[in-house]
Design a binder for this molecule. Structure first.
Ligand code: ADP
Ligand code: ZN
Length: 621
């Protein structure tokens, strides 16, 4: 068996130009080559696709990959062809003539990978023809689409088990990055027969190369801009909770000199596709998007993901930040959250027309998200714990770096609660905090609230500190919105217990907003991020030069930049400066086909750059 794994490793080098397997890949590939059914749960970016791509190169029979999105299939095919692997897709958007060619390749045994939508696979004619041609295995990508609890439920996925039997009970491999145990159980049940359960692999959900930072909202646009300031040439996503906000933010970032584009389901199809393509194909684009943007974004060099508003739940949060750093290089995230988000989400769940059981589940999930935001323990540890994984403190998240300590906040809480009660439980957070802080606004004067005993009892702290306290009381359920629909706050039973001293409450001061750590773009801050990929100034110039060449090739060929070569490949080229095709062989990500297709141009560009450098050098000497 290890012999076949060696064969797989050789193909990994030859075809893809990768040195070795990523953690977890080898054992799954070994099981697949063994012929058993396999269920692999691995985080995004771990290289799940390789677990069917490599076996497809070794086994002469056809591998059929079921994939939920046409755009995704299209990308996967392009990427595979880029590596010189015979791949094709059948779906409703493929022209007739091309489909005919694909069927020919299937019948003649020339095709290695066929990507299909579940609808297409289930069509009578398709299934029959595939059975006739002989299918070696079925790979089910994004297998969580089978689960109605997931966010990407696709009813057609439920029929895949039937398709598999119709194809002659072929070997099946299911892949997902779903971290939640209930969804996993449902996938196993729906895709594999009870009497023949699949070999299951569940890998750690830690993504050590992704940095985690949370911050309470103060001025979100400014906070995002501050975060982006050191990331000008990088690609990333900023998630917003509303369509309007994506457009506003894109506009304001554009004014600030960023190339920012909005994406949401309300944009017309053409604009949406254009913006998505620009993001995929070019470097340094900031996508301001709703969560409609995401599935099918295979771009490996997304360097940051921000949440301008608090994510809906921890699963969504994990999935969204997971789109950063698929290439294994360091990536950063920033998650903003505020009382308004918490209130909005609670209201949305209350108003949703769903069965009570579902509402309870959603409430629990929201509370877990709030707890993650307001937590005082390591973010990574809390996140992994949510998914049932034990770990130590990471030492790198904002809380590990900032060392937050909880203090007894009972007296401070009483001041806020008392202000809420004395003003009649009908004002919003800003008003209440002004009362406590003793800031006499026009409205406060009008309502005569400056005369209250609680007015100004908290003048020793800035109003921002009171906002942080009120937010935490809201998060803890001591304060809630009242029913008038204007965002007025009311004290709950728990709040009453605190006000009358029957319960204490621990609070934490909001940390000072800190500048992003001074960092090299690719500094190997992350444990396990592999070799150090930081560049000297001169090498950085060469890297940018090579990026320019990559962009022009990508444009001419109409493919994404990373499909020519990923960043990591260009970084290694900039460091090792290969000037002939032989030297290019050992560079990460340069397989046979890409060396043939692009090798000359890249080594030529390097030689030219070095010659220019030498001339410049001698000119100044
Ligand atoms: P996932 O589906 O798990 O999110 P992908 O299969 O899309 O991850 O892989 C992410 C990126 O990592 C891709 O660009 C892929 O080519 C690359 N990759 C996969 N396996 C390896 C490996 N062993 N070494 C280096 N890069 C790899
Ligand atoms: Zn930590």
């Amino acid at each position: 068996m290890t012999q076949r794994l060696d064969e797989a490793r050789a193909a990994l080098r030859k075809t893809f130009g990768y040195d070795d397997f990523r953690p977890g890949q080898a054992e799954v590939i070994e099981a697949v080559l063994d012929g058993t059914d396999v269920f692999a749960v691995m985080p995004t970016g771990s290289g799940k696709s390789m677990t069917y791509q490599l076996p497809a190169l070794i086994d002469p029979r056809l591998t059929v990959v079921v994939s939920p999105l046409i755009a995704l299939m299209h990308d996967q095919v392009q990427q595979m062809r880029g590596f010189g692997v015979a791949a094709a897709t059948l779906n409703s958007s493929v022209p007739e003539a091309e489909s005919r060619q694909t069927w020919q390749a299937i019948r003649s045994g020339d095709l290695r990978l066929l990507f299909v939508s579940p609808e297409r696979l289930l069509m009578e004619g398709c299934m029959e023809a595939l059975r006739g041609a002989g299918v070696g295995r079925l790979a089910v990508d994004e297998a969580h689409c089978v689960s109605q609890w997931g966010h990407d439920f696709r009813p057609e996925y439920r029929e895949i088990a039937r398709a598999r039997e119709a194809l002659g009970s072929v070997q099946t491999l299911a892949l997902t990055a779903t971290a939640d145990a209930a969804t996993r159980a449902e996938i196993a049940e729906r895709l594999f027969p009870a009497e023949r359960p699949a070999r299951t692999f569940v890998h750690s959900f830690d993504r050590p190369n992704i940095g985690l930072t949370f911050a309470a909202k103060d001025n979100p646009t400014r906070q995002i801009e501050r975060f982006l300031r050191h990331r000008r040439s990088e690609s990333g996503i900023v998630y917003c909770s509303s369509r309007k906000r994506t457009e506003q933010l894109a506009e304001s970032l554009s004014k600030d000199g960023f190339r920012a584009l909005p994406y949401h389901a309300g944009l017309d199809q053409r604009t949406r596709m254009k913006n998505q393509d620009t993001f995929l194909q070019e470097d340094g684009i900031v996508m301001t998007a709703t969560v409609a943007f995401g599935m099918g974004i295979n771009k490996p060099d997304v360097r940051f993901v921000c949440h301008a508003d608090m994510p809906t739940n921890v699963e969504g949060y994990y999935q969204e930040i997971g789109r950063a750093g698929r290439d294994g290089l360091p990536a950063d995230t920033l998650t903003l959250y505020g009382l308004d988000d918490m209130a909005l989400r609670r209201r949305q769940i209350d108003e949703k027309d769903v069965p009570d059981e579902r509402r309870r589940v959603e409430r629990r999930k929201l509370e877990a998200m709030i707890a993650l935001c307001e937590g005082a323990a390591c973010r990574r540890q809390s996140l992994l714990a949510y998914f049932g994984e034990a770990s130590g403190a990471c030492g790198r998240c904002d809380l590990c770096r900032g060392g937050v300590t909880l203090v007894d906040g009972t007296v401070a809480a009483q001041k806020v609660l008392s202000a809420i009660v004395r003003t009649g439980q009908r004002f919003g957070a800003a008003y209440v905090c002004d009362v406590v802080g003793g800031k006499e606004s026009e409205a406060i004067r009008r309502n005569g609230h400056a005369a209250l005993k609680t007015f100004g009892v908290g003048a020793d702290k800035p109003v921002a500190a009171w906002r942080a306290i009120l937010r935490q009381l809201f998060a803890a359920g001591a304060v809630a919105e009242n029913d008038d629909g204007y965002g007025g706050l009311t004290m709950t039973e728990k709040g009453e217990a605190i006000l009358f001293g029957r319960e204490t409450v621990a609070l934490r001061p909001d940390p000072e907003p800190r500048e992003a750590e001074p960092r090299g773009r690719r500094r190997n801050a992350a444990a396990g991020a592999g070799t150090d990929l930081d560049l000297s100034e001169g090498d950085e110039a060469l890297f940018q030069h090579l990026r320019g060449l990559r962009a022009s090739i990508a444009r001419t060929e109409g493919i994404a930049a990373f499909m020519v070569f990923p960043d990591r490949t260009l970084i290694e080229m900039a460091k090792s400066k290969p000037v002939d095709l032989w030297a290019l062989r050992s560079v990460h990500g340069v397989g046979e086909r890409k060396r043939e297709a692009y090798g000359e141009r890249f080594v030529g560009a390097i030689a030219e750059f070095l010659a220019g450098d030498a001339r410049r050098g001698s000119g100044t000497a």
